[in-house]
Write a protein that binds this ligand. Structure first.
Ligand code: NAD
Length: 303
């Protein structure tokens, strides 16, 4: 397959790098130093202290990219609209576009230039961090779940699954991908901003009855909003999932905490902000998520 990755940071480089072993892969990113490094020395992927080098093609100019069978969008969700619109030339009538990004609203942004029947969405439990230009760390391994927005396009998801599995990426088709996306979204809603505001690692959240209360409030409010748009999650079950993730990733710094520590813009608008936005559309107030969004934005503003 000819595959393009829009946003070749930590995750885009990880998927693009792995897929480049069996496919013709083009990494597309606005970060020139990173792109130049990959073209000169290859992309270095560090895993369990072992460094592997792969050789995808890389460019800052999507006009140099040929017709693609698959495009994977891996920019931060706050940049999806701009990234998909500025690279729309590489998307043809039959190009499948996949988003494994966190947050809610990526689909709507991608749909501004891609036909619904060509959009596949999903979640990933892999983890990656950028070590520097041309070098990433594969920090965690897990399942990739994908599913089509349009039921008729299930065969397109099957095609991607087959290719990913051939490259060693464990992938499954989910029958209810939107539920899975919301389930992961709510885990991010509960863990990311609280760790970012409190400046603590994930597991620490479980050590105070006050932060546990905040987690429960965020889960309850978000599950209620999800229900209003037809996503049926159980409050208790979702709360248990959040606690399990916090415990299993005890010493991890969430991506939002890393963004705050590095004084970068966070994905808050597409995480807790997504619940606020859906609530506003429905005329339902979401005081807990609204407050959390304002707190995270204040930290960003006052840096
Ligand atoms: P990242 O910041 O490392 O990479 C994003 C890349 O997008 C950057 O290299 C940036 O230069 C590039 N970019 C920004 N605007 C662009 C544009 N207009 N055109 C092309 N490239 C552009 O982010 P990441 O950690 O790889 O995360 C990507 C997504 O995956 C996020 O939604 C994140 O929440 C999600 N995610 C991350 C992890 C992880 O472990 N890092 C795990 C699961 C999901």
């Amino acid at each position: 397959m000819k595959i393009g990755i829009i946003g070749a940071g930590a995750m885009g480089s990880l998927y693009g790098g792995i897929l480049s072993k069996q496919n013709d892969v083009y990494l597309i990113d606005i970060w020139k130093e990173h792109i130049d490094c990959i073209n000169r020395d290859g992309l270095k992927i560090v895993e369990d202290k072992v460094e592997n080098i792969v050789y995808p093609k890389a460019t800052t100019d999507s006009k140099l990219v040929p017709h693609l069978d698959l495009v994977i969008v891996f920019v931060k969700s706050i940049h999806t609209l701009k990234a998909i619109q500025s690279n729309q030339d590489i998307i043809c009538d039959d190009t499948i576009v996949l988003s494994l990004q966190n947050g809610y609203g990526n689909t709507e942004d991608i749909e501004t230039v891609v036909k619904r029947e060509n959009i596949i969405v999903g979640t990933t439990s892999h983890g990656a961090t950028l070590l520097g230009p041309g070098k990433i760390k594969h920090a965690g391994v897990g399942m990739t779940y994908i599913g089509p927005l349009d039921e008729k396009s299930k065969y397109k998801a099957e095609k991607i699954k087959k290719n990913m599995e051939y490259c060693g990426i464990d992938t499954d088709i989910s029958e209810n991908i939107l539920e899975l996306i919301w389930s992961k979204l709510i885990i991010n809603i509960a863990i990311n901003p609280l760790t970012a505001i409190l400046k603590i690692e994930n597991g620490k959240l479980l050590e105070s009855s006050y932060s546990l209360d905040l987690i429960k409030d965020l889960v309850d409010e978000s599950v209620s909003i999800a229900k209003e748009i037809g996503i049926n999650l159980e409050k208790d079950e979702t709360l248990e999932k959040v606690k399990n993730v916090a415990s299993n990733t005890y010493s991890n710094k969430s991506s939002m905490l890393q963004d705050i520590l590095n004084k970068r813009e966070t994905e808050i608008d597409k995480i807790n902000g997504a619940v606020v936005k859906v609530g506003e559309k429905l005329g339902i107030s979401t005081p807990i998520n609204s407050t959390i969004v304002k707190l995270v934005k204040s930290i960003n503003d006052l840096k």
